[in-house]
Ligand binder design. Structure first.
Ligand SMILES: Nc1ncnc2c1ncn2[C@@H]1O[C@H](COP(=O)(O)OP(=O)(O)OP(=O)(O)O)[C@@H](O)[C@H]1O
Length: 274
């Protein structure tokens, strides 16, 4: 019963702001974009500039922990300056555990929308080109001394033909101990290949990003049992090798610069083929 009452109370506490509400005297809520484990994100209009903005609220029921995590995210985002990473805009503190981070809103379609919503099919060449673009963004993050730790198709948005990387909520400084930052349960459920705050963790995620794109044009043969990607996908041998290294099935890349170089070469090989 106590657990039930706690859940009911959390639902009240985390009741989202409604469209039309103005936060911090400036940001008018258009709609709720999503509710994550530690935050609620809204699309807002900045009444001073008329521009749209993404406003992330620390989840009230998660109290100081959510505030601390949002502060970390804001600190990291402030250190990024790249046209394909949301620009940090503002920090609003209305009460002790009532805080918000404002960042640039990236209007477009996530790769998840493109693959599963719009059912777009990507060729191997396109997949390699998209991954090359994404890896360029990720390399920038690594050069700033951070790993993103959450590269997934819902966190990559295509806007005006360019891929943008969002959601730095799990980002860490390279070499930082994730256990000191996040609750143990958040770390233990991750694949061991992506647990450390190291570039290979992001590269492992990019391997899965590539698989999602490659499977968009895979048609299963009726009646055939499902198998692993190595059997199901008909790939250029170099694409296969590259994926194996990302997914740590072959010698893993320790540094994203080396992966970027190999992927650049692979894309040229594929372009020359036809
Ligand atoms: N800067 C942004 N521009 C556009 N959309 C954004 C931006 N930031 C977040 N979103 C969208 O808002 C929604 C919620 O994002 P958020 O990162 O808060 O939580 P989540 O990814 O759903 O949860 P979690 O990170 O806990 O798994 C997502 O659909 C995401 O695409």
């Amino acid at each position: 019963m106590l657990a039930y009452l706690r859940r009911v109370r959390e639902t009240w506490m985390d009741y989202p702001h409604q469209p039309g509400e103005v936060i911090g005297g400036r940001y008018k809520v258009v709609r709720l974009l999503g509710i994550g484990s530690y935050g609620l994100t809204y699309l807002c209009i900045d009444s001073e500039t008329g521009m749209s903005a993404a406003l992330k609220q620390a989840k009230p029921s998660k109290r100081a922990r959510a505030v601390k995590l949002l502060q970390r995210e804001a600190d990291i985002l402030q250190q990024m300056s790249h046209r394909c990473i949301p620009r940090y805009i503002d920090w609003i503190e209305l009460a002790k555990n009532k805080v918000y981070m404002v960042s640039e809103y990236i209007e477009g379609s996530t790769l998840e929308d493109l693959i599963f919503g719009q059912e777009q099919r990507f060729t191997e060449k396109e997949c390699v080109l998209y991954t090359l673009e994404l890896l360029g963004r990720v390399r920038y993050v690594h050069e700033q001394g951070f790993v993103h730790m959450d590269i997934r198709i819902p966190n990559v948005i295509q806007r005006a033909g360019e891929l943008h990387l969002i959601d730095f909520g799990l980002a860490l400084a390279i070499g930082e101990d994730p256990q000191e930052v996040f609750p143990g349960s958040m770390i233990q459920t991750r694949d061991p290949q992506r647990r450390d705050a190291a570039m290979y963790s992001d590269l492992y995620d990019i391997g899965h990003f590539m698989l999602f794109m490659l499977y968009s044009s895979y048609d299963p043969v009726p009646g055939q049992e499902s198998a692993g990607w190595q059997e199901e996908l008909d790939l250029h041998p170099e694409t296969r090798l590259f994926l194996e290294r990302l997914l740590q099935l072959g010698p893993r890349y320790e540094d994203s610069a080396a992966a970027l170089q190999d992927l650049g070469r692979l894309s040229r090989v594929l372009q020359d083929e036809v």
